[in-house]
Design a protein around this ligand. Structure first.
Ligand code: GDP
Ligand code: MG
Length: 597
C-alpha cells in the first residue's frame, strides 16, 4: 500500500468513556463488518473483558475508508489495554502508530486514566485528535470539557469533534479527521526488515499469533525471521490482517500493521516491544527502549481441594503460555500444602488470572496475601529480593529493608478531597502536588506500593462514591522500617497470613487482623487463641471461645428435613475450609482478614 494512504492510530480514554463503542462505530460506518455480523464491543473478545468492560490485550483492526477527497485509505486501529497494570504495554504499542483519538466523555471530563494514557501518546509523539463523546446525553457539556482538556492536558481542543458513539453522530467527521489530521507513516521499502512486535497471544488453532508493525522493508510469507531480543529464528507460515476477523495476505510493507504466525510454541518467546528482522540481511540496530515487563505483585495460589494440585499446575502453565508477564513457581506451605507463588503486573492482572483459573478450569482457589518485592540488604553486603513474607530471613542477618514506591495521581471532585487525603495519609503517603481543574482536584502522592496492592482501589472508590479516578507508576525503592508480622492460630503460625508491615502500624494492623479472624473462624469444641506476633513477641491477641451446642440442636428435634439441610450446609461449608493443626479456617478469611477498614 502507498504510505500516504495509510493512517495508523489508537484510541486513548478513561475506562467507560466509550473507546470500544467508538471503535465499533468506526468499523460499522466503513462497512468493515456486515450489519448482521455486528455485535457490541467487537474488539473486546475475552469474556472477562466483556463482563468487566475492560480491554486487557491490545487488539487491532484494519479498516478501508473512501474519504471525501475521493481517495481510498487504509486505517489501522490498535486498541491498547486501558488499565494501569498494563502501562508498559500501552506505551510500547503507542510507538507502533502515529496518532491517537483522545476520547473524553463530555458528561464527565478528564479522568486519571485519560491523563496517563494521553501522556503515553504525547511521549510517542502522536498527533492527537480530541473527541468529545456521549453528546446525546442531556448532561453533556462540550465547552466545559474542551476547556478542561486545554487546561489540564495542554492540547488544543478548539477542533474537538463532538460525537455520540451510541447514535453515530459525528462518526463521519471522526473518520475525516483521522485522514486529514493524522500523519501518514514513514518507512523505507528497500531497507532490511525492521518490524515491531506489538502484541502476541495464543490461539488454539493457529498457535502463537504475533501482531507486528512494519517500520522498514517487507515481510513475506515463507520468510525466515529473527527475534532480535533472544536471537531465535522462525519460519513465517502465515501473514494476515484483522478486519476484525482474520484475512490472510501474502506480504506486509512499510507502515503496515498485521499479524504473522511462525509455529512459535509459547507466547513467552515473543516479547512485546521486541524487534523482528530477517535471518539473512538483518537490520543493524533494533528499535530502542525495549524492556520486558516485570511482575510487581506476588501471591500464592493454592487449590482448596489439594487433590486438584495437578489440575492447577496444568491451568497455570496454559495461562502462562499466553501471558509473558505472568510468572509462577511451585511453593509449599505448611498450612496450605502444594501451590504456586505467582507474579503479576498489578492487582487487576492478579484478579483476572485468578478468575480465569476458577471459571475456565473450575478449580477453587485460596489466594494468599498479595505482596510486593522487598529488597533486603544483608549484613554481609548482599541483597535478597523477597517475594514472599514467609521467606523473610532471620533479622540478626538483616541490615535494612527497602520497599517499592509509586507515584499516584488521583482526580476527585472537591467535596471528596478531604477523604482522599486522609486515605493517602493513612497509607503512609507523601503529598507531592495538589491542583484544581474546575471543580475537581488533582492530587499526586508518593505512596508505598504495599499499602496500595491490597484494597486501595476499593477504599478509594468507596470514600468517593466512585467519583475518583486513579493511576500510578513505579518510582523506585526506598528504605523504611518494615517488619514481618506473623499470625498464629491455636499457637500455630499460618504462613499464608504473614505480611510485611510498617513497624509503627504493626499493633494497629495486628489488632485489626486478629479481631477479623475471630469473626471469620467458626467456633470449635475448644478455645482458640488468635495472635499477631513480630519475631517472638505477641503484639495482639484474641480468644475464640469454645462452641457449646450442635447447630442442629436449634431445630427442637422435630423437623428432620430441616436438620438434614443444615447438615448438608455444614458439609458444603467444610469443603471450603482448611485445617490448621486442629482448626478449620474458611477460605474467605485469607482475603478478608487483610482488608483494612
Ligand atoms: P470503554 O471502557 O472506553 O471501552 O467504554 P465503552 O465503549 O465500553 O462504553 C462504556 C459505556 O458507555 C457503555 O455502556 C456504552 O454503551 C456507553 N456509551 C458509549 N458511548 C456512548 C454515547 O455516545 N452515548 C451514550 N449515551 N452512551 C455511550
Ligand atoms: Mg472497552
Amino acid at each position: 500500500t502507498d504510505l500516504n494512504k495509510i493512517r495508523n492510530f489508537s484510541i486513548v480514554a478513561h475506562i467507560d468513556h466509550g473507546k470500544s463503542t467508538l471503535a465499533d462505530r468506526l468499523i460499522q460506518e466503513t462497512g468493515t463488518v456486515a450489519g448482521r455480523d455486528m455485535k457490541e464491543q467487537l474488539l473486546d473478545s475475552m469474556d472477562i473483558e466483556r463482563e468487566r468492560g475492560i480491554t486487557i490485550k491490545a487488539n487491532t483492526v484494519r479498516i478501508d475508508y473512501q474519504a471525501d477527497d475521493g481517495e481510498k485509505y487504509v486505517l489501522n486501529l490498535i486498541d491498547t489495554p486501558g488499565h494501569v497494570d498494563f502501562a508498559y504495554e500501552v506505551s510500547r504499542s503507542m510507538r507502533a502508530v502515529e496518532g491517537s483519538l483522545l476520547v473524553v466523555d463530555s458528561t464527565q471530563g478528564v479522568e486519571a486514566q485519560t491523563l496517563a494514557n494521553v501522556y503515553h501518546a504525547i511521549d510517542a509523539d502522536h498527533e492527537i485528535v480530541p473527541v468529545l463523546n456521549k453528546i446525546d446525553l442531556p448532561a453533556s457539556d462540550c465547552d466545559r470539557v474542551a476547556e478542561q482538556i486545554e487546561d489540564v492536558i495542554g492540547i488544543d481542543a478548539t477542533d474537538a469533534i463532538q460525537v455520540s458513539a451510541k447514535t453515530g453522530q459525528g462518526i463521519h467527521e471522526t473518520l475525516e479527521a483521522i485522514v486529514t489530521h493524522l500523519p501518514a507513516p514513514t518507512g523505507t521499502l528497500d531497507a532490511p526488515l525492521k518490524a515491531m512486535l506489538v502484541d502476541s497471544w495464543y490461539d488454539s488453532y493457529l498457535g502463537v499469533i504475533v501482531l507486528v508493525r512494519i517500520m522498514d522493508g517487507v515481510l513475506k510469507k515463507g520468510d525466515r525471521i529473527r527475534m532480535m531480543q533472544n536471537g531465535s529464528i522462525h519460519h513465517v507460515d502465515r501473514i494476515g490482517v484483522f478486519r476484525p476477523q482474520m484475512e490472510m495476505i501474502t506480504e506486509l510493507g512499510p507502515g503496515e500493521i498485521g499479524f504473522l504466525t511462525a509455529s512459535i510454541k509459547q507466547v513467552r518467546d515473543t516479547r512485546v516491544g521486541d524487534t523482528i528482522t530477517h535471518e539473512k540481511k538483518p537490520c543493524e540496530t533494533p528499535l530502542e527502549g525495549f524492556k520486558p515487563s516485570q511482575p510487581v505483585v506476588f501471591c500464592g495460589l493454592f487449590p482448596v481441594d489439594s487433590a486438584e494440585f495437578e489440575d492447577l499446575r496444568d491451568a497455570i502453565e496454559k495461562l502462562a503460555l499466553n501471558d509473558a508477564s505472568f510468572s509462577h513457581e511451585m511453593e509449599t506451605s505448611a498450612a496450605l500444602g502444594f501451590g504456586f507463588r505467582c507474579g503479576f503486573l498489578g492487582l487487576l492482572h492478579l484478579e483476572v488470572i485468578r478468575d480465569r483459573i476458577e471459571r475456565e478450569y473450575n478449580i477453587e482457589l485460596i489466594t494468599t496475601a498479595p505482596s510486593v518485592i522487598y529488597h533486603i540488604y544483608m549484613r554481609d553486603g548482599s541483597m535478597i529480593e523477597l517475594h514472599n513474607p514467609a521467606d523473610m530471613p532471620d533479622l540478626t542477618h538483616v541490615d535494612h529493608l527497602e520497599e517499592p514506591r509509586i507515584k499516584a495521581t488521583i482526580l476527585v471532585p472537591d467535596e471528596y478531597l478531604g477523604d482522599v487525603l486522609k486515605l493517602c495519609q493513612d497509607r503512609r503517603g507523601i503529598q507531592e502536588d495538589l491542583t484544581y481543574a474546575g471543580s475537581r482536584a488533582m492530587v499526586v502522592y508518593d505512596l508505598p506500593l504495599n499499602e496500595v496492592v491490597f484494597d486501595f482501589y476499593d477504599r478509594l472508590k468507596s470514600v468517593t462514591k466512585g467519583y475518583a479516578s486513579f493511576d500510578y507508576q513505579m518510582i523506585g525503592y526506598r528504605q523504611d522500617y518494615l517488619v514481618k508480622m506473623s499470625i498464629l492460630v491455636n499457637d500455630e503460625p499460618v504462613d499464608a497470613l504473614s505480611t510485611m508491615v510498617h513497624r509503627d502500624r504493626a499493633e494497629m494492623r495486628g489488632r485489626a487482623m486478629v479481631e477479623k479472624l475471630k469473626d471469620l473462624i467458626p467456633r470449635h469444641m475448644f478455645k482458640i487463641p488468635i495472635q499477631a506476633a513480630i519475631g517472638g513477641k505477641v503484639i495482639a491477641r484474641e480468644t475464640l471461645s469454645a462452641m457449646r451446642k450442635d447447630v442442629t440442636a436449634k431445630c427442637y428435634g422435630g423437623d428432620m428435613t430441616r436438620k438434614k439441610k443444615l447438615l448438608e450446609k455444614q458439609k458444603a461449608g467444610k469443603k471450603k475450609m482448611r485445617q490448621f493443626g486442629k482448626v478449620d479456617i474458611p477460605q474467605e478469611a485469607f482475603i478478608s482478614a487483610l482488608k483494612l477498614d
